[in-house]
Design a protein around this ligand. Sequence first.
Ligand code: ATP
Length: 227
Amino acid sequence: MLLEVDGLETFYGASQALFGVELAVAEGEVVALMGRNGMGKTTTIRSILNLTPPRAGRVRFAGQEIAGRRPHRVARMGIGLVPEGRRCFPNLTVDENLAAAARPGRWTLEAVRTLFPRLAERRGQSANTLSGGEQQMLAIGRALMTNPRLLVLDEATEGLAPVIRQDIWASIRTLKQEGLSILIVDKTLSELLRLADRCTILEKGSTVWTGAPGALDAALQDRHLGV
Ligand code: ATP
């Protein structure tokens, strides 16, 4: 396994958000982390990156323990995060944002521009003048520029116009076809089920189901994902 998460327990102050999350991503696999609002998806991602250090449990990435490492060190181990809310450096240009993240590998400025031609068109514009969709492309581009072994996408299509969403989904499918390992959280169930090799569902901070998207039938969807 590329990523192995066992018995993760995470708190915000005195309030416990995760109660033993189990999660795994194999090399080349796309895993959808699912669950209703507030069930702990973002907290799980934050715990994996040590942005919110877990109080119990373990996270192993590429055979190494993550515990005790600072977030930028975890990123260096090969985890590229596209955080909820797509944070880029607002006053840097598109190219400067991408260059700031660069580490050697397949993903270069040219490669990111090929994946997102819009970023080539906007190369000299500062990030805060981009549309929401373009900022999202930039956030994904930045994560790719670190040449990660695992790409983590938290709500990458949220709040975007439908045509832009389709562009983002198409780019994520391209990344999957290339064999990139991906952990993804998103609200668009139909797209997730189409993309994922495996789904893991959280309920109240615990893993309640893991399986292939084809096994996630209407009854399971209703029980664990319905509103
Ligand atoms: P959503 O789909 O709404 O983003 P989620 O599944 O990502 O939800 P989390 O954001 O991980 O869920 O939240 C899990 C629990 O932790 C919730 O009860 C939430 O209220 C709580 N929580 C999240 N962030 C904080 C915080 N900064 N301080 C205190 N509690 C928090």
